[in-house]
Design a protein around this ligand. Structure first.
Ligand code: ZN
Length: 180
């Protein structure tokens, strides 16, 4: 992989951010994208962003989801997005149980350690629907956007921006870019 490149990357949470949250999704046939994802990701891609999906999948450690199925689900997500002309740079998942205290479960940033040197931190964003996603973005030193799809309790971390839909997140990013 190239060194000393500065990529503007949009880190995306998976469940509840780009696809509908289904507890311990274990079947590629049950993937349901939010409707505004395709056009929004297309616009962001045209603006030069790369996409990296980062997802905690403790269902693997808990025995509710098989690692094989998570990989198949990610293959299917790539295929569906590709059919819309959208390319995914990387997909990372943490298979561990929270109690394992691994270094890769969000909000830790171990999942993306191999690409840290490639990130243009000034231009990159994390988009997610949970406080852990926002903390992850902060730990990475990039801007954060919370898609507030549901009420969140004990919400102490402060996202840079709060929106209601993915398309609003995309619009926000594009409007910020124009100001630069
Ligand atoms: Zn982990």
């Amino acid at each position: 992989m190239e060194r000393n490149v500065n990529l503007p990357i949009i880190f995306l949470d998976r469940d509840g951010t780009i696809i509908k949250d289904k507890i311990y999704l274990n079947n590629p046939k049950e993937i349901k994208f939010y409707k505004d994802i395709f056009m929004s990701m297309k616009k962001l891609q045209l603006s030069g962003y790369k996409f990296v999906i980062v997802t905690n999948q403790s269902g693997i450690a808990r025995g509710y989801v098989s690692r094989k199925n998570v990989i198949l689900i990610h293959k299917k997500i790539r295929e569906i997005l590709k059919s819309k002309g959208i390319k995914i740079f990387k997909i990372y998942f943490c298979p561990h149980h929270p109690e394992e205290k691994c270094g890769c479960r969000k909000p830790a940033i171990g999942m993306v350690k191999n690409i840290i040197s490639l990130i243009d931190k000034k231009k990159s964003f994390m988009i997610g629907d949970l406080p852990t996603d926002i903390e992850f973005g902060k730990n990475l030193g990039i801007k954060t956007i919370l898609i507030k799809r549901k009420k969140l309790k004990n919400f102490s971390v402060k996202p840079d921006y709060i929106v209601k839909t993915f398309s609003s997140a995309a619009k926000k990013i594009i409007s910020l870019e124009k100001k630069c």
